[in-house]
Design a binder for this molecule. Structure first.
Ligand SMILES: NC(=O)c1ccc[n+]([C@@H]2O[C@H](COP(=O)([O-])OP(=O)(O)OC[C@H]3O[C@@H](n4cnc5c(N)ncnc54)[C@H](OP(=O)(O)O)[C@@H]3O)[C@@H](O)[C@H]2O)c1
Length: 261
C-alpha cells in the first residue's frame, strides 16, 4: 500500500472520494510556492486546496502537469470569490484554464455572497457540476442556517462546508449539525489558530512521540474533519501528513475538545 492510499478518505455524494488531509496553498505562490506543492505531492498529499483569490491556480496547474501523477490521482479544490457571484461560469472556466484541467474535484463558494445571490449562485454551482466541470460542489464559511436555505431552495445540500476549525473552536453542536445534513466538514487554519505550546497538547504529543501540530491534525481526523494544512517548510510538510502511525483515545480527544473557550 502506498503512503497516499493509507490517508483516510471521506465519501462525498456522486461517488467522489476526498482524502482527509489536504495541502493548503494560501500564500504559496511563484517558485517557492511550486516547490512546496511539489514537496507535498512527494510526501504523499493527494488533495490540494486552492482558490481564485489565492492567485496561484497556475502554479498548482504547473505542478500537476509536471508531476508523474495522473489527473485523477490528485483531488483538486478551488473556490469562487463571492465578488464573482453572477459570473460563476466564466470564473470556473478561468480556474480550469489556469489549473490546466477539464474539471475540479470540488468547487466551493469561498464566502457567502450577498443575501439575494445566495440561491442563484448555488443553482449555478449545481448546473456546472451537472455539466461535469466540478465533480462535487460545496460552500465555505457558511452558517448552518445558510446551508439550510440552499437545501430548502434546491433539495441539494453542499457536499462540503469548509470552515475555520481548531481545538479552540471545537463545537459538538456544529459538527452534529453538519453530520445531520450530510455535509462533510473541512477545517482550515488548524495550526495557525492554535497555541502549540498548550500543555494539554504537548502532554498528549509526548505520549505518542508526536508533535503538538500532529496531535491537532490527528484530532481533526478523529472527529471526521478533513484537515487542511499549509506549510512552506519541507520537514513540516512531511510531518503534517505523518498522522497514521498513532491515534488518539476518546479520553485524549475529549481533553482537546475541552480547550474550546
Ligand atoms: N476557505 C477559507 O476561507 C480559508 C481560509 C483560510 C485558509 N484556508 C485554506 O486552509 C489552508 C490551511 O490554513 P492556513 O494556511 O490558514 O493555516 P494553517 O495551515 O493552520 O497554518 C499555517 C501556518 O502554520 C505554520 N506551520 C505549518 N506546519 C507547522 C507545524 N508542523 N508546526 C508549526 N507550525 C506549522 C506555517 O508555517 P510554515 O509555512 O513556515 O511551515 C504557517 O505559518 C490554507 O492554506 C487554505 O488552503 C481556507
Amino acid at each position: 500500500m502506498t503512503e497516499a492510499a493509507a490517508v483516510p478518505a471521506v465519501d462525498l455524494p456522486g461517488g467522489v472520494t476526498m482524502p482527509m488531509i489536504g495541502f493548503g496553498t494560501w500564500l504559496l505562490r511563484g517558485k517557492a510556492g511550486r516547490e512546496a506543492m511539489r514537496a507535498a505531492l512527494g510526501a504523499g498529499y493527494r488533495h490540494i486546496d486552492t482558490a481564485t483569490m489565492y492567485g496561484n491556480e497556475a502554479d498548482v496547474g504547473h505542478v500537476l502537469a509536471s508531476s508523474e501523477l495522473a489527473r485523477d490521482e490528485v483531488f483538486v479544490t478551488t473556490k469562487l470569490p463571492s465578488g464573482k457571484a453572477g459570473r460563476e461560469r466564466a470564473t470556473l472556466a478561468a480556474s480550469l484554464r489556469a489549473l490546466g484541467t477539464d474539471y475540479v474535484d470540488l468547487w466551493l463558494v469561498h464566502w457567502p455572497p450577498p443575501d439575494r445571490m445566495l440561491i442563484p449562485v448555488w443553482r449555478e454551482f449545481l448546473a456546472l457540476r451537472d455539466e461535469g466541470r466540478a465533480r462535487a460542489v460545496g460552500v465555505s464559511n457558511y452558517s448552518l442556517a445558510q446551508v439550510d436555505r440552499l437545501i430548502k431552495a434546491t433539495g441539494q445540500a453542499p457536499a462540503v462546508n469548509q470552515i475555520t476549525w481548531s481545538p479552540g473552536r471545537y463545537s459538538a453542536a456544529l459538527l452534529a449539525g453538519h453530520r445531520e445534513r450530510g455535509v462533510a466538514v473541512e477545517g482550515y487554519s488548524p495550526l495557525k489558530r492554535t497555541n502549540l505550546a498548550n500543555p494539554v497538547l504537548t502532554k498528549i504529543a509526548d505520549a505518542h512521540g508526536a508533535t503538538a501540530a500532529q496531535v491537532v491534525l490527528r484530532w481533526d481526523l478523529e472527529h471526521g474533519v478533513t484537515a487542511l494544512v499549509k506549510s512552506a517548510n519541507p520537514e513540516r510538510i512531511v510531518a503534517n501528513i505523518d498522522l497514521l502511525r498513532f491515534s488518539l483515545s476518546s479520553g485524549e480527544v475529549a481533553e482537546i475538545d475541552a480547550l474550546a473557550r
